[in-house]
Design a protein around this ligand. Structure first.
Ligand code: HEC
Length: 142
């Protein structure tokens, strides 16, 4: 674990270095952070009742045992070493836009990644259904 954390810090430092070199060399604005890119992603799947129902079924399979039946992060079966986010409140540490939620589901919830990403397990289409379901829980402006 310490080694992994070290690698993480190492790459963070490397990124910061590349960033400052890039700015000094070209005077170009730095390339966008992954989060900023995620925020601009377009959700290709309309948030209609059918999509939300698909998302709810997927949620029951992949998310409920941590985030709880109603999304409040209070599931008794969640591993004891973690506190899954409440998906019904208005606090979104990783952003509440469709693309940001999509990225958390696919890549996992960093920097600790106790919640692992579902990349390779759940298709993009199904991930967007999950996004539509999560966003229907009441935590974000419609
Ligand atoms: C193993 C338990 C676990 C599973 C399974 C899980 N999560 Fe998470 N989730 C977490 C934890 C832990 C966090 C991060 C909490 C923190 O850092 O404060 C998190 C964070 C999130 C966030 C970010 C919330 C915010 O405030 O920014 C979203 C969105 C999310 N999960 C959605 C999902 C969805 C959708 C699924 C199913 C596809 C899922 N999670 C499956 C444990 C889990």
């Amino acid at each position: 674990m310490a080694r992994v954390a070290g690698m993480w810090w190492g790459s963070a430092v490397a990124c910061a270095l590349m960033w400052s070199v890039g700015v000094a060399a070209g005077g170009q604005p730095p390339t966008q952070t992954p989060r900023a890119v995620a925020a601009k992603m377009n959700n290709p799947v309309a948030s209609n009742p059918a999509s939300i129902a698909s998302g709810q079924a997927l949620y029951g399979k992949y998310c409920r045992f941590c985030h709880g039946a109603t999304g409040q992060g209070d599931s008794p079966s969640a591993p004891k070493d973690m506190k899954p986010s409440n998906l019904t409140d208005t606090t979104w540490d990783r952003g509440s836009s469709p693309g940001e939620i999509f990225t958390v589901i696919q890549e996992g919830a960093g920097p600790e990644f106790k919640m692992k990403g579902l990349k390779g397990k759940v298709s993009d289409q199904d991930t967007w259904h999950l996004v539509n379901y999560v966003r229907s829980l009441g935590g974000v402006a419609k």
